[in-house]
Design a protein around this ligand. Sequence first.
Ligand code: C2E
Ligand code: CA
Ligand code: CA
Ligand code: CA
Length: 279
Amino acid sequence: AKKAGGGCYHFYASAMTEQSQLRIRLEADLRRALERNEFELHYQPLLRLQDGTLAAVEALVRWQHPDRGLIMPDSFIPLAEESGLIRPLGEWVLREAARQGRAWLDGGFDFGAIAVNVSSRQLERGDLTATLSMILSETGLPAQYLELELTETTVMDQPEQARDRLYELRAMGVELSIDDFGTGYSSMAYLKQLPFGKLKIDRSFIRDIPDDSNDVQITSAIIALGHSLGLNIVAEGVETEQQRALLLELGCDIAQGYLYDRPLPAQALLQRWLKARPE
Ligand code: C2E
Ligand code: CA
Ligand code: CA
Ligand code: CA
């Protein structure tokens, strides 16, 4: 560190510098990772509770770092969002998911639909619809095989703008899901006006059912409320047989979680979950 005038000032200045240097290095790392194609998608199955058939798969990004190994999204998505790199990364994710979906279709496999997570920075840009329609035509994936997952916070950020954009996306034929439901503060009156088809109950509510009667009540209320809005309800983070049985009893439509499988590389998902499409 450079010599500074005052002792205290020096301490703070160099601490700040170290922090911002670390950030700059990580950012550069992320940028390089995009260029070197170090990201990959894993896919987790979503199953219909009634009959256990595959409803969809969720694409979840991982960073295959040459030195540090597999890095999970929670340790780089926030930085990608702050730095704006989420836009090129998000575009890569959309393109890779669409390419994979098209490849499965060509192979005659039934995957339901591929769900992709979209961050608020991608929605706020305003060119998501154009980018997406370019990707769909490039890859040849019909829009009905794609779902976009947006959190409550993402849509509540700029409600008016989000509404227009969601209608544009829905008009293209992609399905829209509310992700992590229950963790934000969206108003039902507002959600009712949006073209969502699915609601995913956050796994914090699922974790302690059936033991925690509060969480059972909340989950039950979300399911009833979602159904009254015509939404398909997905429970996230289903890990136990007891959770599965209760969710079925409560009328939940779809479940996702370690009880069934973890997110898997495309090839493993294919072997374990994909069946030939009916002719
Ligand atoms: P999310 O969208 O809520 O995704 C579900 C997360 O829960 C995944 O973590 C998944 O592996 C994990 N999970 C699934 N089943 C269970 C379970 O039974 N128990 C527990 N404890 N966890 C379960 P993952 O893959 O680490 O992703 C974390 C978050 O990173 C995602 O949460 C999402 O917000 C974000 N993310 C992942 N991929 C992308 C992406 O391509 N774009 C954007 N913008 N965000 C992404
Ligand atoms: Ca999600
Ligand atoms: Ca979620
Ligand atoms: Ca989450």
